[in-house]
Design a protein. Sequence first.
Length: 472
Amino acid sequence: MQLMPFRPTEAPTVLVVDDEEQDRSTVAGIVSSLGYAVETAADGGEALAKLDALPISTIVTDLRMPGMDGAELLRTLNDRGQFTPAIVMTSFGDIGQAVTIVHELQAFWFLEKPAPPAMLSSLLDRAIKYGELFRGTARLQRELSHQGVLGEMVGSSRAMQQVFALIQRVAPTQASVLITGESGTGKEMVARAIHRLSHRSAGPFIGINCAAVPGDLIESELFGHEKGAFTGATGRHLGCFEQANRGTLLLDEIGEMPLGMQARLLRALEESKVRRVGGSEEIPVDVRILAATNRPVEGSLHEKSLREDLYYRLNVFHIHLPPLRQRKEDLPQIAKAIIDTLNQKHECSVAALHRDALQRLMAHSWPGNIRELRNVLEWAVITAQKDLVLPRHLPKLGGEAVLEPSPAPPQREDHAVRIELGRTLDEVEREYMAETLRSVNNDRKRAAQILGISLRTLYNRLAQSKSANAAS
Ligand SMILES: Nc1ncnc2c1ncn2[C@@H]1O[C@H](COP(=O)(O)OP(=O)(O)OP(=O)(O)O)[C@@H](O)[C@H]1O
Ligand SMILES: [Mg+2]
């Protein structure tokens, strides 16, 4: 009988990258003696070619190499969203740089040359397991997303399947993403999903609503300020960029940002540095930028409320969320997910929607999209408390004739403001605004629409009325 030579075909492959032939073969020898398959490359370019062609489990790379060096190799892999754990090998004196690379480029670890075989062995073992775990999780996420679930987002329509696929593709990269879609379609949820599925998920996720910050405060909100920078600046304040360092920053309602500020933002993005208001130091920041807008981008560009250069910088990747009326088939699944969270929030035990209640929801056009659906379901869950949501548990939907008499609703239904003569216009305006907000469950966007003012104006007026209340 002829014995077949032993070939560990299942052994994970380690790619050793070093320009020094001697170092390369020493490390390759150690790796091979540990039972792994070995591939070698003399620089980053050759390494990329092998990574494209072969199933590499882990990389062991030198830092300084002619052509594409180790840092550039990792940066390229990051930008492509290609995840392979990498151990960086470094000569004495490069340790500081290696630590930075571990943090910024998500290298797995670093080792000083010459690498003690025992240490290389235990690091390779951990790196390979980590890679398997990561790929396993990514596979599970893909499978789940085919069933219409991505984290907290649900939706089985073709449109949402495409959105989920885009999120999974772009999340592990460093690319900026512009998320568009009508109000309430789930833009912030997409941004959070991208952050959660990225290598930055352990870092902070910070969002700033550019429409909600008064124009004169936005610079300090974004870049921070030093003590005494302006009246009222009683201490140093870290802006969103610094707060989001090593994480993700969502610039929400980007088209509402004043134009002058957009130019400063662009500079900060290009230089990856910010200067606090009243400060002189340029502070380096490592932030992934996501931006969202509910206005059609072409319109914003045309009316010049969004700078074209900033748009191109943000729109490296684009995800558009279609309105709910164009993906009604998602409604039952989304409603179920929302009811589950509302049950927890309000300690209710609603099981599902009655067929007739669902039919009414399916017939509505949902101008406020999923946020409006959530508001309607919140009312319904509180009203029904348990079992099934019946049609009579639903509030009246916009533009719909009341189909059935509602029982005593949990909140005031007919919102009205009584105006006695002798009151000031300011007082009436404040009360009218407050009542409008109450009538839409504090949905500020919706309230601004009803009042016929921009969201920014609504926020400004609310801030004014807060200070007027405080003063009186
Ligand atoms: N696919 C989804 N599955 C479940 N819930 C969702 C989904 N999309 C959105 N939601 C819910 O709808 C509500 C609105 O979502 P989100 O705040 O992300 O929308 P938005 O597009 O950012 O809205 P706006 O333009 O008003 O800021 C949230 O309560 C969110 O949890
Ligand atoms: Mg939002």
